[in-house]
Design a protein around this ligand. Structure first.
Ligand code: ADP
Ligand code: MG
Length: 255
């Protein structure tokens, strides 16, 4: 048990209102309390109404800071939204499925989404747009390219920080793993990939993008056994969204 503080120590605590607000880290209240006091007087607000007005300003500002921090920590390569996505460009795309995924209920159920389609069809754009929506709703989200995640895990194994690195990928409620399939992984990389997917299974959501059909995943992940184990966990509670059509990059180049 800690002994109660003596009076001389207590007397050093901040006393005037500005100091107290500063000490309690209430910057918005500190900046606005005089004008809110003023309007409270004019509008004849009760004490409680005054407090609500003051503290709701502070809590809105805190919420905004938290959302900004969620977005920064998600490490999106670019901010993309569905507003800039032309659903008429792909030759085939399940628009309704994508729109309903923006409601984010799949995250509450720890379900996932796999975007499958050829290069340039908008997989990264859509994965980021959903990720951005989640982070903006205060959901802890992380974006990574598959190759970066695997390189990080391999390096962390070498310097004995694998446990921390695994936590980095297993703890966000939504993990966006982009570009699965462009580069194959060796046994060690495949095992790390499996461990990430397995650690998140039925606990956290994964949005994954790939240009390769599941039947070819044995060529990405060292052997068919580990590929099947990954696919099995991944698709059990995931929506597979297949997109078909030409590359949007080529369209941009032609323009
Ligand atoms: P993928 O990941 O499938 O290779 P991207 O999502 O990286 O493709 O798309 C390539 C570029 O084209 C990005 O700048 C993306 O914003 C844009 N893009 C792709 N499809 C569309 C679309 N249907 N409408 C608007 N922009 C698109
Ligand atoms: Mg991509």
């Amino acid at each position: 048990m800690i002994a109660p503080l003596t009076e001389p120590i207590r007397s050093c605590a901040p006393k005037n209102l500005d100091e107290i607000m500063d000490y309690l880290n209430l910057p918005v209240s500190l900046k606005n309390y005089t004008s809110i006091l003023d309007s409270a007087g004019k509008e004849n607000l009760s004490h409680k109404e005054f407090l609500v007005r003051l503290l709701s300003l502070e809590s809105c500002a805190k919420f905004e800071r938290q959302i900004q921090s969620r977005i920064i920590h998600a490490k999106f390569p670019q901010i993309k939204t569905l507003d800039t996505f032309d659903f008429n460009f792909p030759t085939s795309i399940p628009k309704q499925k994508i729109l309903s995924s923006l409601e984010l209920s799949f995250i509450d159920n720890a379900e996932g989404i796999v975007f499958f389609g050829p290069c340039g069809c908008g997989k990264t754009h859509l994965a980021n747009a959903i990720g951005y929506k989640a982070a903006s709703a205060g959901i802890k989200t992380l974006y990574t390219r598959a190759v970066d995640m695997i390189n990080h895990l391999i390096a962390s194994q070498a310097d004995h920080s694998l446990h921390r690195a695994m936590k980095f990928y297993s703890s966000p409620r939504l993990l966006v793993i982009d570009e699965v399939g462009y580069l194959p992984f060796d046994k060690q990389g495949s095992d790390h990939f499996f461990n990430v997917i397995s650690s998140r299974y039925e606990k956290g959501s994964v949005i994954l993008t790939t240009n390769r059909a599941f039947k070819d995943w044995g060529k990405i992940f060292h052997d068919n056994t580990v590929a099947s184990a990954i696919i099995d966990r991944l698709v059990h509670h995931s929506e597979v969204i297949k997109i078909e059509g030409p590359s949007y990059r080529v369209k941009d180049r032609k323009k």
